[in-house]
Design a protein around this ligand. Structure first.
Ligand SMILES: Cc1cc2nc3c(=O)[nH]c(=O)nc-3n(C[C@H](O)[C@H](O)[C@H](O)COP(=O)(O)OP(=O)(O)OC[C@H]3O[C@@H](n4cnc5c(N)ncnc54)[C@H](O)[C@@H]3O)c2cc1C
Length: 378
């Protein structure tokens, strides 16, 4: 059988692509090599922040539309927790940062009343925004995927099969799977597939973020379960604990990886790369630094040079497409990605899509300057 399209990758971009093609009535085969735990997928995690706070107006508008789905549309709303966030910024970030300050100021005394043990520097500005939350990413992804009727195949695509510029399909073990088009939603591993054919690489860096998840006691869970997200751009993010009593600490000071090097995922929580996560946790929650870490991993993602999404035809091919990228921010757009993909890949006529796309991808509107790696993973 020759499928209309082969979608490789089952993260948020792959799932959204499958949804777009399915809705357009195309025959699709969906391939991914992760097991249910998705250890190497950027989309797979217990929690992701969902917000509409962007300085860039086009991103803000799209994020607002998406956030509305998280709040009101099943199954999104079942897994979304609107906790609000406290944004902690220095003067420069408050004036010119990629994340606009919140809607209300929070006095340091008020912050200390909420987080009594926290150490807060007096020169920082704290603001609150209510219209922010977090999503149980793995649980939502499972629920969304259960609604997709397309058959999924487990396996690693080791090669693309070309006839000149035309890609006839993909190689899965000893089997060739044939299709009229191939969508690579393979995240940070995409260029490894393209490299073997000397095709132009997609403009992204492989970038990793150290992530810790610490196990709280029942008492600590009760104390912190309704807390807002704490976000200090360039320093860290602390998310409220999940129902499994796990509190996540992200360190945005990322690492750059050579595109051909091995990408470690799980590491010991005492590994030096987590020191900044522990320090950040200790600053705001000194009472929690002796808790055991049940997650300690580097989460790799594709950071595109423009920091914007990519939906493009791979240069030198007639029918291979790449979808993904951005700057560590696509999860929150999951509800609106199928429409965006459908418009860009010609699955529907949409007069406004070109204008929106130009605005979303304009070079000068950097989304997350803080996330650009300044160090290499050795
Ligand atoms: C630590 C961290 C925190 C983040 N926080 C947020 C946040 O708070 N809010 C937000 O909106 N976004 C956030 N993001 C960004 C977002 O999670 C990612 O950008 C997005 O999930 C990437 O999705 P993807 O589909 O492109 O890639 P992935 O999720 O990596 O999916 C790619 C899939 O392709 C499969 N694959 C690759 N190669 C092959 C192959 N050859 N054969 C078969 N299968 C293959 C992989 O196994 C994987 O399942 C964060 C990202 C990270 C890393």
């Amino acid at each position: 059988m020759v499928f209309d399209v082969i979608v490789v990758g089952a993260g948020v971009w792959g799932a959204a692509s499958v949804e777009a093609y399915e809705k357009a009535g195309r025959s699709v085969i969906w391939i991914d090599d992760n097991d249910d735990e998705h250890p190497t997928a950027a989309s797979a995690d217990i929690a992701r922040i969902i917000r509409a706070e962007y300085s860039d107006p086009a991103y803000r508008k799209l994020a607002e539309e998406s956030l509305q789905s998280f709040k009101t549309q099943e199954p999104y709303s079942k897994y979304f927790h609107q906790t609000g966030w406290f944004l902690i910024q220095d003067e420069q970030q408050a004036r010119h940062g990629s994340i606009p300050s919140g809607t209300e100021d929070v006095a340091v005394e008020e912050f200390r009343r909420k987080f009594s043990a926290a150490n807060v520097d007096d020169n920082l500005f704290i603001t609150r925004t209510e219209n922010v939350g977090w999503v149980e990413a793995n649980n939502l992804q499972q629920a969304l995927n259960a609604e997709i009727r397309v058959k999924k195949r487990r396996g690693t695509v080791t090669d693309l099969i070309f006839d000149g510029r035309f890609c006839r399909g993909v190689r899965l073990g000893t089997e060739d799977i044939l299709g009229e088009a191939v969508v690579l939603a393979t995240g940070w591993r995409t260029n490894r597939l393209l490299a073997s054919h000397n095709l132009a690489q997609v403009d992204y860096q492989v970038v990793g973020v150290p992530v810790l998840g610490i196990q709280l006691t029942d008492e600590q869970y009760m104390k912190y379960r309704d807390m807002p997200i704490l976000c200090q751009p360039g320093r860290g993010e602390i998310l409220p604990p999940t129902a499994q009593r796990i509190m996540r600490v992200n360190n945005p000071r990322s690492f750059h990886l050579n595109s051909s090097s091995a990408a470690p995922t799980s590491l010991s929580p005492t590994h030096i790369c987590f020191k900044e996560n522990w320090d950040f946790l200790g600053k705001y929650f000194p009472d929690l630094v002796d808790r055991p870490a049940v997650i300690s991993k580097i989460c790799w993602d594709a950071l595109t040079d423009s920091q914007s999404f990519c939906i493009l035809q791979v240069e030198g091919t007639n029918n291979v497409y790449y979808v993904g990228g951005g700057s560590f921010h696509s999860w929150k757009f999951r509800p609106v990605l199928p429409e965006l993909i459908a418009a860009r890949l010609g699955l529907k006529g949409d007069d406004n899509s070109e204008e929106l796309w130009v605005l979303l991808t304009q070079e000068q509107s950097k989304k997350h300057a803080d996330l650009i790696p300044t160090r290499r993973w050795e």
